[in-house]
Design a protein around this ligand. Sequence first.
Ligand code: NDP
Ligand code: HSE
Length: 429
Amino acid sequence: MRTRPLKVALLGCGVVGSEVARIMTTHADDLTARIGAPVELAGVAVRRPSKVREGIDPALVTTDATALVKRGDIDVVVEVIGGIEPARALITTAFEHGASVVSANKALIAQDGAALHAAAEQHGRDLYYEAAVAGAIPLIRPLRESLAGDKVNRVLGIVNGTTNFILDKMDSTGAGYQEALDEATALGYAEADPTADVEGFDAAAKAAILAGIAFHTRVRLDDVYREGMTEVTAADFASAKRMGCTIKLLAICERAAHGGSVTARVHPAMIPLSHPLASVREAYNAVFVEAEAAGQLMFYGPGAGGAPTASAVLGDLVAVCRNKLGEATGPGDSAYTQLPVSPMGEVVTRYHISLDVADKPGVLAQVATVFAEHGVSIDTVRQTGKDGEASLVVVTHRAPDAALSGTVEALRRLDTVRGVASIMRVEGE
Ligand code: NDP
Ligand code: HSE
């Protein structure tokens, strides 16, 4: 057992960072035994130095994060500030000054993961980020290590706790969107700017990271098709219920059947109540991974929150510290190929479309003709109406997204179609 401690610089001491510091202190003996050396909190960089931080020695607190990572005696930097800058510059500086890095920053890894991995490799350091995707759930390591000998074809799941919390509350208690978002924010689930959650940017960043690791290819944030959940209404939930479904914000990454391209997308979708993802409540996440030899694997657990996320950070910290002691590094960038990322128009799935139409003879036939002209086959139609107006709900068979978009455009041009109330994909059947 080495007695000289490994020194850790904590960048950020908010929802996640404060829990990292707490666990490092309360579990110090166990961490020492597991690593083979003590770990010492050597400095804590924050924005507001005067804020009272329970359990943190005020002498360790600094606002000069750059000076902290440049000290030269830091073994591991834990970056839990979030955002692109100064996090990116601090991580790069940390590598240059001898430290490996553990980060929970999905926005940064999705945008600059390749460059950061290259910088880590150049300086012989580790870059670990288990906490960046799906909170406490071990997912990056299983994909990077346990499934390294298999061929992953699909990753599908709920990867944002805040939006799952909101959708669950809207569905199960009839809560309003803002009320549920406020509660998720108070519980520490939401990003500093919750737009990242509700507009799907956070889930898209996670999808880019997952797709890149799962398919060993480069998937940029811009490659991920993204729709948020701000337009999901109580009427959509009622409609979903009539179909025996609920609504979840899903991230879906797929390798094409021919294997030569991939797709990655984030959008709300109806899923049958019988599907395991339908019973994922509150801020929990769940991810299915389909691999050629392993078959279907399901990962489930808390997807957000201080302590669950700190668990993933601490797991990485132990791994990185062990590597340091062994003078080794863990797995680096897993992308060794550049598969094209197909546009959303080529994705094939089912659709649930709600239309407000005139209730008069021939309208149903007109609508059906538009679907037929675009090669979109109708599975079911339900019409309810009164006083000359009707609501038409059409559920299609599987069709390419481009064909569905063409259908909707043409429907909007019909005089008898007053409006397209909602379009939602149907998944998981
Ligand atoms: P918080 O906003 O709660 O904490 C951010 C921390 O960073 C604060 O301590 C803040 O200081 C500090 N900080 C901000 N800017 C600077 C700066 N320029 N220099 C030094 N310190 C700075 O965020 P979270 O803890 O929620 O999230 C941190 C990271 O973890 C993000 O990347 C997030 O996406 C990720 N994450 C969060 C999860 C969650 O459930 N919250 C789950 C998974 C990942 P001060 O305290 O003085 O304001
Ligand atoms: N805001 C994120 C979420 C935190 O709600 O999932 C966890 O990554």
